[in-house]
Design a protein around this ligand. Structure first.
Ligand SMILES: Nc1nc2c(ncn2[C@@H]2O[C@H](COP(=O)(O)OP(=O)(O)OP(=O)(O)O)[C@@H](O)[C@H]2O)c(=O)[nH]1
Ligand SMILES: [Mg+2]
Length: 208
């Protein structure tokens, strides 16, 4: 299915965010982890959200309006040593301001690398999302880079590191490949349900 996608805003501060009140889902994670590639895969676009081999390319909040129904927001990445220090300093306030104040935000997709255990910053982001009581999915990407047989063990490490119990992991943790499109449809369906208001939050099972 082809979506109508518009880059509606490239924002640094709240005054620059869209003001039409459409629901939105944001994508957060380490620089170069594959956030923009995941957004492109979800939108079925090859190069809509800008991807690159240069870490830290996405340094503002990019609001993509989809079918005039909701936004996907590409947040700046964190924690890459090659990103200039002034960019790294700006990241925390920019993202925290967004997460703590954004009314139309219905959930955050935390993008992590399936190959590696979560970093300290990944855990910090998960903590912030819990603190702000924001709906939270974990998408472990680049799954094509390890064999399928290794996925369950890597997913278990990810769940444990980010404090997801078995029920939460079953519901909210996905292994995907943006390149091979593994599980992209499942993530797209989850986002569609959330932006249509069809999912209760907090989830019904107790959280750790
Ligand atoms: N093999 C493989 N490579 C991927 C996948 N997703 C992204 N990549 C590659 O990872 C690199 C970074 O991808 P981006 O989507 O630009 O990452 P990002 O998180 O948006 O990075 P910043 O904007 O710098 O924060 C690119 O070279 C992508 O082609 C995937 O699922 N599989
Ligand atoms: Mg990007």
């Amino acid at each position: 299915m082809s979506h109508r996608v518009v880059l509606a805003a490239n924002a640094g501060r709240p005054a620059e965010y869209p003001a039409d009140g459409l629901p939105e889902v944001a994508f957060a994670g380490r620089s170069n982890v594959g956030k923009s590639s995941l957004i492109n895969a979800l939108l079925d676009r090859r190069r809509f959200a800008r991807t690159s081999n240069t870490p830290g390319r996405t340094q503002r909040l990019h609001f993509y309006r989809v079918d005039d129904r909701y936004y996907l927001v590409d947040l700046p990445g964190y924690g890459f040593a090659k990103v200039p220090i002034e960019v790294r300093r700006a990241w925390g306030p920019m993202v925290r301001t967004y997460l703590s104040t954004r009314g139309p935000l219905v959930g955050v997709v935390q993008v992590v690398d399936l190959r590696h255990p979560p970093s300290r910053e990944d855990c910090q982001l998960a903590d912030w999302l819990a603190e702000y009581r924001i709906r939270h999915w974990v998408v472990a990407t680049k799954a094509d880079k390890i064999s399928r047989g290794q996925w369950p063990a890597h997913l278990a490490t990810m769940a444990k590191g980010l404090g997801l119990d078995a029920a939460a992991a079953a519901e909210r943790l996905f292994a995907v490949s943006a390149v091979q499109r593994d599980n992209i449809a499942a993530v797209a369906a989850t986002i569609a349900a959330a932006t249509a208001g069809g999912m209760p939050w907090p989830p019904t099972h107790p959280q750790e």
